[in-house]
Design a protein around this ligand. Structure first.
Ligand code: SF4
Length: 333
């Protein structure tokens, strides 16, 4: 192993800044996210920004069965905790993950009610808010910063990480692509600059920021995606999630794929692992990689070219490939 590589502080046995064990390293214990549907909508569907949404989107494909908007947040949290207990018996604390649609797309008063309600659950120690970059403003970000610094919920206390009086607050932005031509083609309804501004304004308030990207969007070549790593590196984000494009049934992207398949880069599993290794080499080593593949349930897609392979196996294949190429995250930065 390269001497510099060991100084990066990657988890033991990893050649990249894996998110596995991230919460344990940061807060001293494992935290599990519980996905919530708080009944938000999306400005790219209701007409404020656009109609029909992003061409690849079917929100139902991205959230688990226990989270449905008809149930109270408390009930969704209870059911989500039960669901995860089977796999992670020792987990004691959870993060309420506002994931469905755009979770800052409402007046501030409503956001306060929902976030603070989730934080009242005795096992919840923080919130993760997934949203679009065009759905935040100064007021909302100031409130989140106050929430994260303990200025909002003065009596709030959780017996974790040495006894915390401040909830964990993480904001996750859907950036999807660094190219405006792609963002336009997939009907995102915002450009890259909007994403950059939102991320910078959020990070400037001391909040943890994550970003989501899709690899393999129509019109994008390998070189474009690899070049985008420099832009990703320049964003003040702590973590990133990457997904290979999965074409969900019934979406506009399904029709586009049927009519111009050559404009889509489709990866075999081996090609994707090799390509993502190229990405890792170009990503700064302090960026936590929360995910590198997507997991749309098979019933939502026409094809599962990689078979039904489990996430843990994918992580293992990435580790093996990094080792066989004797490379690591940040090697080319
Ligand atoms: S912003 Fe999110 S919820 Fe809205 S259409 Fe796009 S992917 Fe779907």
């Amino acid at each position: 192993m390269d001497a510099g590589f060991e100084t990066y502080g990657f988890p033991v046995g990893k050649r990249y800044n894996s998110f596995v064990g991230y919460f344990k390293r940061r807060y001293g214990e494992r935290l599990q996210k519980i996905v919530l549907d708080a009944g938000f909508t999306c400005p790219n569907r209701d007409g404020r920004v656009g109609r029909g949404g992003c061409t690849y989107c079917d929100n139902a494909a991205f959230h688990p069965s226990y989270s449905t908007a008809g149930k109270s947040l408390h009930q969704q949290l209870d059911e989500g905790i039960e669901f995860h207990k089977v796999r992670y018996r020792t987990t004691e604390h959870y993060l309420a993950y506002f994931q469905s649609f755009s979770n800052t797309y409402a007046p501030l008063a409503r956001l306060k009610t929902l976030y603070e309600e989730a934080l009242q659950h005795p096992q919840v120690v923080g919130i993760v808010i997934g949203t679009r970059p065009d759905c935040v403003d100064k007021e909302k970000l100031d409130y989140l910063a106050d929430l994260a610094s303990g200025r909002v919920l003065k009596d709030w206390f959780r017996d974790f990480a040495g006894g915390r009086r401040e909830p964990v607050v993480i904001v996750e932005y859907g950036v999807e692509s660094c190219y405006d031509s792609t963002l336009e083609r997939i009907n995102r309804g915002h450009d890259f600059d909007t994403a950059r501004r939102a991320i910078e304004e959020t990070a400037a308030r001391g909040l943890d920021v994550g970003a989501h990207f899709i690899l393999g969007l129509p019109g994008e070549t390998r070189e474009m995606m690899l070049d985008a790593c420099a832009l990703i590196n320049s964003l003040p984000i702590r973590s990133a999630k990457f997904h290979q494009l999965q074409i969900v049934k019934g979406t506009r992207m399904e029709q586009e794929y049927a009519s111009v398949p050559d404009e889509f880069l489709r990866f075999s599993l081996e090609e994707y692992i090799d390509f993502f290794t190229d990405m890792l080499e170009r990503l700064r080593p302090d960026l936590f990689i929360e995910r590198f593949v997507g997991e749309v349930p098979p019933r939502f897609v026409n094809e599962t070219p990689w078979g039904l392979i489990r996430n843990v196996e994918l992580l293992r294949l990435l580790d093996l490939h990094l080792e066989s190429r004797d490379t690591w995250q940040g090697r080319l930065v």
